[in-house]
Every structure is written in C-alpha cells, then in structure tokens.
Design a protein around this ligand. Structure first.
Ligand SMILES: Cc1cc2nc3c(=O)[nH]c(=O)nc-3n(C[C@H](O)[C@H](O)[C@H](O)COP(=O)(O)OP(=O)(O)OC[C@H]3O[C@@H](n4cnc5c(N)ncnc54)[C@H](O)[C@@H]3O)c2cc1C
Length: 193
C-alpha cells in the first residue's frame, strides 16, 4: 500500500448522485473525497446519457425542421443537408464543457478527486489501486450499466447499447430499439423506427 489518506466522507462515483452529494457535503464542512474511475466527471448523465442524447436530439430537430417544418411558415429551404461530424463535434463540446464544469465545482468546493476504480475493503476502508482511503462515512453512487440481451453479441457497430449509438459515424437507415428492465425478465420490448 503506497499511501493512506483520511477523509470524513468518501463518495464512490461522480455521476449526478455522487457529485451532488460530494459537493453538498463539502459545502457543509466535511472533508470530502470522490473516487471516479472515468477520467471525466459527471457519470452516465453528462458523459453518455442525458446530455449527449439531448444535444443530438436538438440538432436532429433543427435538421428535421429545416427539411420539413418551415414551408408552412412560408420559409423555403433548399439543399438542407445533415453534417453528422459537425453535429457530433457540437455534442462532444457540450459534454466536455459540462464535465469540466464538475471538475471546476470540485475544485471550488474543495472536494478531493481520486481517479480509479474504488473497492470497498472493510468498514471505512476504500481501495483505489495502491491508495487506501479511510473514511468515517462512505457513499456508494456507482450508478448502473446497460443490460445486454442473452446470446446477443454487442459488437458496437451493428448491435450496440446507447453509449455506442451516441458515437455511430453514420445515421442508420433502419433501427430497432429495445428497452429491457433488469428484473423481472418478461422479454425485450422492441420498437422499430
Ligand atoms: C442514453 C441515456 C439517456 C438518458 N437521458 C436521461 C434524461 O434525459 N433525463 C434523466 O433524468 N435521466 C436520463 N438518463 C439516466 C441518467 O443518466 C441516470 O439516471 C443518472 O446518470 C444516474 O446517476 P448516478 O449518479 O446514479 O449514476 P451514474 O451517472 O451512472 O454515475 C455513476 C458513476 O460511478 C462510476 N463508477 C462505477 N463504479 C465505480 C467504481 N468502482 N469506482 C469508481 N467509480 C465508479 C461510473 O464510472 C459513473 O461515472 C439517461 C441515461 C442514458 C443511458
């Protein structure tokens, strides 16, 4: 074990649950640390969930409106084209700004950030690689991950989860979306678009 650090509170996971808890605890005077395994803070929501999907949705809506929604307003648009790389670059820029924003909030509120996968190692003990964190309180805010279909290989190209879909380099001509509750297992609910 190379180092031991002591904190009042260690939060594991820097998604909306974890970063909000860490910042508030620090504001209330606790010596707070947050461990996040991803280099970027913000969790699913900021990195690969709510924010990038809504950024692409907004861009898609503008494209659809330019193509189909302006004529009734008496606005003629010809030659409207989708520039997917530009759309993706805007999305990536928004994600970068917001995840950097969480890093800024950590700094401003004196939340100590540790990068790496945390492991509980007994009461009040968290391991992050060679580092040992001792804490009076621990909050586990590790979120969830996408469920897979049995016997289906998520290759990321033809079949992928939402994270893969947010980075596809081309718009699929046809898409089937499946939302699967983790438990119980009634079979997938699918919708084609
Ligand atoms: C495509 C998509 C769109 C969505 N859109 C919306 C929306 O519009 N509105 C909405 O309300 N919700 C939306 N959600 C859901 C929302 O993203 C989640 O509800 C929210 O992110 C959950 O926050 P959390 O902090 O609990 O977990 P997460 O955001 O998943 O954060 C958990 C963090 O813990 C980290 N972690 C996990 N294990 C460890 C470990 N051992 N050590 C260190 N770090 C660890 C992970 O890397 C992650 O950063 C969407 C989700 C997806 C996938």
């Amino acid at each position: 074990m190379s180092a031991v650090k002591k904190h009042d509170l260690v939060v594991i996971g820097a998604g909306p649950g974890g970063y909000a808890a860490a910042i508030r605890a620090a504001q209330l005077g606790l010596n707070t640390a947050c461990v996040e395994k991803d280099p970027r803070l913000g969790g699913t929501c900021l990195r690969v969930g709510c924010i990038p999907s809504k950024a692409l949705l907004e861009s898609s809506e503008k494209y659809a409106e330019a193509r189909h929604g302006l004529a009734e307003h008496g606005v003629k648009v010809t030659g409207a084209e989708l520039d997917l790389p530009a759309m993706m670059a805007r999305k990536d820029g928004i994600v970068a700004a917001l995840t950097d924003g969480i890093a800024g909030l950590f700094k401003a509120n004196k939340v100590t950030r540790y990068e790496g996968a945390a492991r509980l190692d007994g009461p009040g003990r968290v391991l992050v690689g060679d580092l040992e964190l001792l804490a009076d309180r621990i909050i586990v805010a590790t979120g969830s991950s996408a469920a897979s279909l049995p016997n289906v290989d998520l290759d990321g190209a033809r079949i992928g989860d939402s994270t893969a879909a947010l980075a596809w380099p081309a718009v699929p001509e046809r898409l089937t979306a499946s939302a699967i509750p983790r438990r119980p297992w009634p079979g997938p609910r699918c919708r084609s678009a």
